[in-house]
Design a protein around this ligand. Structure first.
Ligand SMILES: [Mn+2]
Length: 318
């Protein structure tokens, strides 16, 4: 059986939703009956794409950086920092396949894919309307309030907890396949998914307490260092829920595979953001969006992460 390899932004609701939309499109409009293989891609220090990652008969990347590999068939991204190098960008600009797309104006790659496939390839996004809606809210930080984001009353937000935190690849694939035909609320309520949500929701409530005790306001910035607290994957809106007057958050976290500096801005800030956070993080080898960005360092580079975080806190004071 021929196979389509779909590389998606791992542990990201928009990445998983993008994979669910693209894979339904592929089965309906490109090749029915091909095997779909899903592989999460993670931002990390060093090479992003392992040799042999594009081992399908066709290969797609959704919601993740570009690769100039001749084996890459489809690409969709909406990140401002979409290219690892100027050469990669030039390679993309010269592409005439009509299957590689970038639009940094989109709040979510899921909606970008749905709109692009609808207008260019006759795809009907309607069956996944709810998924597209929530992916756009989650990835675009379009919540009506910090409370909506942090209290997580909507089932899609609880499903996002599992998607963002769980490392079980079989579970991710199950979620992607189910989201091809079911709503996020339906998927979240299925017993084997609900059982995964419960401990993560408890952990989410505990992370609110940890950030409450670690965070301090430095001018317009909420800063917290949770490297010692086993906090990979906490909600980035907690600092704004707890500090509604803050404009920015800067944090240091640590996991087995990276030391991370996260830099964000509050969608509800009384004083508006003036810095482009992607540009700041790019100077340190990171990237993202103007409103939220990050720097991933090697796991033994925690001291450097702390030094960078302090510099960024300083830069955001004016
Ligand atoms: Mn995205």
């Amino acid at each position: 059986m021929k196979k389509i390899k779909i590389c998606y932004h791992g542990n990201c609701f928009d990445g998983v939703s993008s994979a669910a939309v693209f894979s339904r499109f592929y089965a309906e409009r490109v090749h029915a009956g091909w095997e779909h293989v899903f592989q999460p891609m993670m931002h990390r220090a060093g090479a992003l794409f392992d040799d042999g990652v594009f081992d399908g008969d066709e290969n797609a990347i959704v919601d993740f950086k570009y690769s100039p590999s001749p084996d890459l068939t489809w690409w969709f991204d909406h990140h401002q920092s979409a290219f690892l190098s100027d050469d990669d960008e030039a390679h993309f600009r010269a592409d005439r396949s009509g299957r590689k797309f970038l639009d940094p104006h989109y709040k979510s790659c899921t909606k970008f894919i749905a709109d692009t496939l609808a207008s260019r390839f006759g795809f009907d996004p309607e069956p996944q309307r709810e998924l597209i809606h929530w992916a756009n809210i989650i990835d675009g930080a379009l919540y009506s309030s910090a409370a909506e984001a942090v209290e997580m009353k909507a089932p899609a937000l609880r499903l996002a907890l599992v998607v963002e935190a769980d490392r079980d690849l079989a579970l991710m694939e199950m979620i992607i396949r189910r989201l091809q035909s079911r709503t996020p609320a339906e998927v979240a309520s299925e017993p084997e998914i609900a059982a995964r949500i419960a401990p993560l929701y408890d952990r989410h409530l505990r992370s609110i307490d940890v950030i409450r005790s670690e965070a301090r306001e430095i001018g317009p910035v909420v800063f917290f260092d949770v490297a010692a607290c086993d906090m990979e994957g906490y909600s980035k809106f907690i600092p704004y829920y707890l500090h509604p007057d803050a404009t920015y958050s800067v944090s240091v976290s640590h996991s087995s595979f990276r030391a991370k500096v996260s830099v964000g801005s509050s969608p509800w800030a009384p004083r508006p953001r003036t810095h482009d956070l992607a540009k700041i993080c790019e100077r340190y080898g990171g990237g993202g969006h103007a409103v939220v960005a990050a720097i991933s360092l090697a796991p033994d580079a925690l001291d450097e992460a702390r030094r960078i975080a302090a510099e960024i806190v300083n830069e955001l004071q004016t």
